[in-house]
Design a protein around this ligand. Structure first.
Ligand code: MN3
Length: 202
């Protein structure tokens, strides 16, 4: 069974007023994410040992395996982008009480959380991702991963929220101003309802 590009959980023009325009979403979802899914399916054709495996299983089994770099990169990018679409919302930026209480408990304040997230996302050199995770110690933490990697592969705990810091994610809307893209994400786009639901299920 081939992997498929998931539909966006909103229309492509839904986030324009909040700093992510239709052209960005159409290219990012319809071209970039689709290319990762297509490449993943093509690579799997010659790897019958992975047939029937879940995406999570493929990511864990191919992580840090030099002969499976292509498989890991495309599987990771499929997972990461699917998660990223859910990390955005046309009503983003509002932190539910359940999550803000946990943020205050573990980071000291919402501002301290945002500052740490902003720092991780802006200092990830080159391409990658920044994440809010629920660590294995039960505390919220910020992590960053390079290229296609993610908390699942790195054993960072359960992912709650992510932002894509590859240039293709922000170049149309913010050009080279990654810090402005991150601040806009945290204040206007981040789907904290999604993160709170993931935290509740943990
Ligand atoms: Mn991307």
């Amino acid at each position: 069974m081939a992997f498929e590009l998931p539909a966006l959980p909103y229309t492509a023009n839904a986030l324009g007023a909040r700093g992510m325009c239709q052209e960005t979403l159409e290219y990012h979802h319809g071209k970039h994410h689709q290319a990762y899914v297509t490449a993943l399916n093509t690579l799997l054709e010659s790897k019958p040992e992975f047939h029937g495996k879940s995406l999570d299983e493929i990511i864990k089994a191919s992580h840090n395996k030099p002969d499976l770099v292509g498989l890991f990169n495309n599987a990771g990018q499929h997972w990461n982008h699917s998660f990223f679409w859910n990390s955005l919302s046309a009503h983003g930026g509002v932190i539910p009480e359940t999550l803000s209480a946990k943020i205050v408990q573990d980071f000291g304040s919402v501002d301290a959380f945002k500052e740490e997230f902003r720092k991780a996302a802006t200092t990830q050199f080159g391409s990658g991702w920044a994440w809010l995770v629920l660590g294995k110690d039960g505390k919220l933490a910020i992590t960053k991963t390079a290229n296609a990697s993610n908390p699942l592969a790195e054993g960072h705990g359960k992912a709650l929220l992510t932002v894509d810091v590859w240039e293709h994610a922000y170049y149309i809307d913010f050009r080279n101003r990654r810090p402005d893209y991150i601040t806009n994400f945290l204040d206007k786009l981040a789907n904290y309802e999604f993160a709170a639901a993931r935290l509740k299920d943990a």
